[in-house]
Design a protein around this ligand. Sequence first.
Ligand SMILES: Nc1ncnc2c1ncn2[C@@H]1O[C@H](COP(=O)(O)OP(=O)(O)OP(=O)(O)O)[C@@H](O)[C@H]1O
Ligand SMILES: N[C@@H](CCO)C(=O)O
Length: 319
Amino acid sequence: MSVVVYAPASIGNVSVGFDVLGAAVSPVDGTLLGDRVLVADGGSTPFSLSCAGSFVDKLPENHEENIVFHCYLVFTRELKKRDIAVRPVSMTLEKNMPIGSGLGSSACSIVAALDALNRFHDQPLDENALLALMGEMEAQISGSLHYDNVAPCYLGGLQLMVEDEGIISQQVPCFENWFWVMAYPGIKVPTAEARAILPAQYRRQDVINHGRHLAGFIHGCYSGQPKLAANMIKDVVAEPYREKLLPGFANARKYAKEAGALATGISGSGPTLFSITDDEAVAQRVAKWLSENYVQNEEGFVHVCRLDTNGSTVTGSEL
Ligand SMILES: Nc1ncnc2c1ncn2[C@@H]1O[C@H](COP(=O)(O)OP(=O)(O)OP(=O)(O)O)[C@@H](O)[C@H]1O
Ligand SMILES: N[C@@H](CCO)C(=O)O
């Protein structure tokens, strides 16, 4: 028996909810924008890991530094705590996501690995326990606990972190007709560095605006007011400080607005940007412009996406 799990790209923060809001996305043309992990019977070897995929060269050379190995360690730790037998596993990571991109690349590997390990063992951990482990792994990589990539990547859709009453994250309704244009310029911005440049404290007016924007956005989503929700997509917490890490971001946002996009922001800690529109022609026009003007090298790409409401999914038993 073996299982392959696909985990999609995600947009941390969605501009308006620093560390507490995230959205999973998938390209409309069916391209797999996410990592896949295969877990198969390891036979007489307790654990092995091999890696493939278009971004395999960007992974740490030592497999013990790969987050997938650490996922195996924490998963087996949890099984041992519960007196559940750990099976020998042979794992393969298909690394399709650029690292340090703002697309939740580490979250893709973490979610695909833990979901696949759990399925291979007949789901001994429930959704919340597994999500808590995913958060632990993301914190190990970025230096702080935030679920805004792993939660949408695992559960799908637009997710709000409530982190109370035993609930980590819950889904918020969003607008099915929105296109999310994702543009990765091809340069790297490490999450830990993009967090280190943020202020430790904020002015009262910024706190008020942040609360107004996030509450207004969630209200717009629940009351079916797309224009209000889109107008609320403004970031006073991270974007003003991170913009300098993203060459051409201000220009790109200006172009997208003139072209008719509803909102544009930094995806996670960047350098990927997202731009929202409800008009496919606008999405294609913005995507073309971003390909020609925001992408900096051959590693960059642009995808027109929809919200991925599935989150991580089984794609079969072979890669
Ligand atoms: N399987 C893996 N996938 C991605 N990064 C990994 C993996 N294993 C180890 N790493 C390391 O984790 C770090 C990930 O860095 P970072 O958090 O900036 O990337 P990211 O997850 O792509 O960021 P973002 O969430 O903004 O997309 C890198 O140092 C990378 O070498
Ligand atoms: N909320 C996180 C997402 C990083 O992937 C940040 O903006 O730092």
